[in-house]
Design a protein around this ligand. Structure first.
Ligand code: APR
Ligand code: ZN
Length: 375
């Protein structure tokens, strides 16, 4: 048994910004108090990993083990861990749920702050690290670090799920799919019969489509500059598509004309401040709600005329779709098992972990929804 021992295994190490990852042999120390060591079996790639690797994250620290959309099996637990046991199937959570902080106690938010500071610094809650490579310590990432055969996370950052669920699919419930699905259901609270529009038909935007469909929306309009996404969108509840590049008028005008004055709900899933503005201004006067889901680059600012808000539009934002992570991720797994929530359809590529650099190139290619790597 490896319990209590240092594990030597393979990981993709980001040695510095804008460099390819390197598959290295690393050492993973045993979990300490309130920590869990997980054997990661599958990880997907997300744009936040690429963003940090690209050197755009002002909080980014190197060398680091990236990755935050994964699934695996508990290898060992530290003292005081009660929520998971050895052998449990689990999903790491980049937004934990401690159930004790002011945020966890409020029904209005999912943004647990218990370990926010050390997590942002790339260290465990007690300030130390569990990864090393050739004697040099490596940083953790988003409290998860799934680009490694073994990782160590805080117990509040890991949740147990049904063993019947395939880990190569439910790894997607670590980030992008819940983010979009929850944006529609929890943050915007889309109502039956309402009209919706979604900017950006990547995994996040497609998942918004599923959420709007689950809520019973009457029209779900997909907006993308890549027409390849429109065929895909049909599987995710979208009823119509608009390519802003093919329009003579600004997109907000096109949509207002198409919908008798604007949409009930809009969603920005690109991370572009110009489309954030367009999404707000496409909302119906008096009640339209626009939700920002995409993450804009550091230092970017949004703008619109305040009259847009004075006349009854609302601008909102969401992280991880507003889901309180422990309460919700196991339920989303159950929704997948009962065929209520699609996941397989998001996976455009399956690849071996060794090909992770190639996978990052594909991620940027426009052909890709989600890539799942097997470790
Ligand atoms: N107008 C319309 N569509 C656009 C535009 C634009 N100006 N720019 C990009 N797009 C489309 C792309 O063609 C692509 O289909 O937006 C989509 C974005 O999808 P992905 O790159 O696959 O991103 P995704 O994983 O869905 O994440 C979207 O959420 O988590 C955040 O950081 C992430 O900000 C990103 C966003
Ligand atoms: Zn909390």
């Amino acid at each position: 048994s490896t319990v209590g021992k240092v594990i030597t295994c393979k990981a993709a190490v980001a040695w510095g910004p804008k460099e390819d990852l390197k598959i290295e042999t690393i050492q993973v120390a045993p979990p300490q108090e309130h920590e869990v060591r997980i054997k990661i079996l599958y990880t997907a790639l997300c744009h936040t990993d690429a963003y940090t690797l690209g050197g755009h994250d002002p909080e980014g620290v190197f060398p680091v083990v990236l990755g935050h959309e994964g699934a695996g099996i508990v290898e060992s637990i530290g003292n005081g861990v009660t929520n998971v046991a050895v052998g449990d199937h689990v999903i790491p959570l980049y937004i934990p749920q401690c159930r004790e902080c002011k945020f966890c106690k409020s029904p209005k938010t999912n943004l647990c702050q218990k370990i926010r500071i050390p997590q942002g610094q790339g260290v465990m809650p007690n300030g130390t690290r569990r990864f090393s490579c050739n004697g040099q310590e490596l940083y953790h990432f988003m409290g998860c670090s799934t680009f490694s055969e073994y990782t160590v996370v805080a117990d509040i950052s890991v949740t147990k799920v049904d063993k019947n669920a395939p880990l190569d699919k439910i790894c997607l419930l670590g980030c992008g799919v819940p983010t979009g699905y929850g944006a529609a259901l929890n943050t915007a609270k889309v109502e039956k019969g309402s009209t919706c529009a979604v900017w950006g038909l990547g995994a996040v935007g497609l998942a918004v489509g599923l959420g709007c469909q689950a809520a019973g929306a009457s029209r779900i309009i997909g907006i993308d500059i890549n027409p390849l996404k429109f065929e895909t969108g049909k599987k995710f509840g979208f009823t119509e598509f608009v390519n802003p590049k093919e329009q003579e008028k600004p997109i907000q005008q096109v949509l207002v004309d198409m919908t008798d004055g604007g949409l009930d709900y809009t969603f920005e899933c690109i991370g572009n401040v110009a489309t954030m503005r367009a999404a707000l201004e496409s909302c119906h006067k008096g009640w339209g709600v626009s939700t920002i889901v995409g993450v804009a680059g550091a230092g970017q600012e949004i703008s619109t005329r305040p009259f847009q808000l004075v006349t009854g539009r609302t601008w909102k934002g969401t992280a991880f779709g507003g889901w309180k992570s422990h309460d919700s991720v196991p339920k989303l797994v159950d929704e997948y098992l009962s065929k209520k929530l699609l996941l397989d359809e998001f996976i455009s590529h399956n690849m071996n972990f060794n090909k992770i650099n190639e996978a990052f190139h594909i991620l940027h290619s426009g052909q890709c929804i989600r890539i799942v790597l097997s470790l």
